[in-house]
Design a protein around this ligand. Structure first.
Ligand SMILES: Cc1cc2nc3c(=O)[nH]c(=O)nc-3n(C[C@H](O)[C@H](O)[C@H](O)COP(=O)(O)OP(=O)(O)OC[C@H]3O[C@@H](n4cnc5c(N)ncnc54)[C@H](O)[C@@H]3O)c2cc1C
Length: 483
């Protein structure tokens, strides 16, 4: 079929990675670019991910403050109620506003927006709405969708994170199934807002891939906040009984009834409609698009892929960075010939209750990589000053926990982990420091911000006595160079 139009760059998917890459190519490198989108602009993050999730997290945080208010000697906070329906409307309006901003951003960059479901035609051209389009370079940035276990009987009675954002009223009771970050975030939001919440995990706790200090502290803090955690639980069946959902587990136990069962058991790449075989794009063993470090697929047709569809680090800023670097490499001339995103040392925040921040290696990973003799670990568990004046027993107050993991003689910081109030806003600067190769001595040389929780990271005991410490003499420290 003759192509309707030819572009320098054709991007499939107007989500985090696709939009970032398209705008970089058009605005910075002056290329003729088109973006294909089958749904709302902005992708998962804007429509059913980071943005609406953070709004709900904020609502839950306000509720937690209201809960703490009497302990700060406020009266009347008990009577404050959330109107979930009105908040949903406000949140949806905000998302629609963001969709508009993205649309105007694409128009302003002279990017052609093609609406429809894209697939590859027989000759590798991109088909949208019955028309063929060609391009020098094609990017697949189609993201993913929530997955449901196929063997789950009655799966139609459950919702996923997408369904969570459609709820018009708060469920009075909810079973959240899953042990990853989306599961603990959704469960934490519901629990804080007053929903009778149970988290079902297959193992003994959630976030088992995270540093042990984080997963153990989160488990304790979620229980302290009143959440029920059903461990060793795998769902076999969900039944509708009198309008409520009753769950049977694989070992025959019954859970519920619940108003909602929210499955947060993983996501899958949205590859089926693309007909990737027509472009010679292979998937890896896990079903994600296989790419190399330069986001190149196996196709011979200059097809690239990035973001959630590749399954490497499924976070918005990772997709954005990969998208921009790809455009730099493709269109930025010789000096950008090796441009690529750095997938190492990516800071990650979990908007659980309390929040988690983590960068680099867990203690277990560091021991595996560097060996016991070369790894040192600093930890601290304490009560945030926020809870200080509350007239409750200190042992009942929520805990903040931190860990620094260092490797080698100069105590290079290779892992940084924190859980507690404000952990989410604590992490970014430490991420920069670790990218620059900060050591424990560098951390100790930075004067603390007091009184904050973050200060604990630069005062971890023993302070100022590490192997790389020079007793305050920074003369050997690298001198910043101004260009
Ligand atoms: C509940 C939830 C919370 C999250 N919270 C966070 C967070 O706090 N922080 C964070 O960094 N990340 C978070 N994420 C992850 C983040 O949303 C994703 O990593 C990010 O959106 C991935 O970007 P992407 O460009 O790969 O894909 P997406 O943003 O998913 O965009 C893909 C786009 O492609 C479109 N598309 C798909 N197939 C086609 C086709 N064939 N033709 C045309 N268009 C197509 C889709 O409609 C979509 O708009 C969250 C995700 C979820 C689900």
């Amino acid at each position: 079929m003759a192509a309707k139009e030819h572009f320098d760059y054709l991007v499939i998917g107007a989500g985090s990675g696709g939009i970032a890459s398209a705008k970089r190519a058009a605005q910075v490198h002056g290329k003729k670019v088109a973006v294909v989108e089958r749904g709302a602009l902005g992708g998962t993050c804007v429509n059913v991910g980071c943005v609406p999730k953070k709004v709900m997290f904020n609502a839950a945080h306000i509720m937690e403050c209201l809960h703490d208010a009497p302990l700060y000697q406020y009266s009347g906070a008990e009577d404050v109620k959330l109107d979930w329906g009105k908040l949903k409307t406000a949140r949806d309006n905000y998302v629609v506003r963001l969709n508009g901003i993205y649309g105007r951003g694409l128009d302003g960059a002279d990017i052609t927006t093609l609406t429809g479901l894209a697939s590859f035609g027989d000759d590798g051209e991109v088909m949208v709405g019955g028309e063929a389009y060609t391009a020098d370079h094609v990017l697949v940035a189609v993201g993913g969708v929530p997955s449901l276990p196929l063997e789950l009987e009655g799966g139609e009675h459950t919702i996923t994170s997408d369904g969570f954002f459609e709820l018009e009223a708060m469920p009075e009771s909810c079973l959240v199934v899953g042990a990853g970050y989306i599961a603990v975030e959704m469960a934490g939001i519901l629990n804080a807002l007053g929903c009778d919440t149970t988290l079902a995990v297959r193992g003994d706790k959630a976030l088992r891939a995270f540093d042990e200090l984080l997963s153990t502290t989160l488990d304790a803090e979620m229980k302290r906040a009143g959440m029920k955690i059903a461990t060793g639980t795998t769902l076999a069946k969900v039944e509708l009984v009198d309008g409520k959902k009753v769950v049977t587990t694989t070992d025959g136990a019954t859970l519920g009834p619940f108003d909602e069962v929210l499955m947060a058991v993983g996501r899958k790449p949205l590859v089926e409609p693309l007909k990737l075989e027509n472009a010679g794009v292979d998937l890896n063993d896990e079903g994600y698009v296989a790419v190399d470090e330069y986001q190149r697929t196996t196709s011979e047709h200059n097809v690239y892929a990035l973001g959630d569809v590749c399954g490497a680090i499924e976070l918005t800023p990772m997709a954005i960075a990969a998208g921009r670097r790809l455009s730099d490499r493709l269109f930025g001339g010789p000096e950008c010939a090796n441009a690529k995103a750095d997938y190492e040392g990516v800071p990650t925040v979990v908007f659980s209750h309390p929040t988690i921040g983590t960068i680099g290696l867990t203690e277990a990973e560091a021991l595996e990589k560097y060996g016991e003799a070369n790894v040192k670990v600093w930890t601290s568990t304490f009560v945030n000053l926020w809870y200080g004046p509350m007239p409750i027993d200190p042992s009942d107050k929520p805990k903040t926990a931190m860990k620094l993991v260092t490797a080698g003689a100069n105590e290079l910081v290779v892992g940084l982990h924190v859980i507690g109030l404000g952990a989410d806003e604590m992490l970014q600067g430490f991420g920069v420091a670790m990218k620059m190769g900060a050591t424990k001595a560098d951390f100790d040389s930075c004067i603390a911000l007091h009184p904050t929780a973050a200060e604990e990271f630069v005062t971890l005991a023993p302070w100022g006595q590490g192997a790389g410490d020079k007793m305050g003499d920074r003369s050997a420290a690298p001198t910043p160079v101004l260009h």
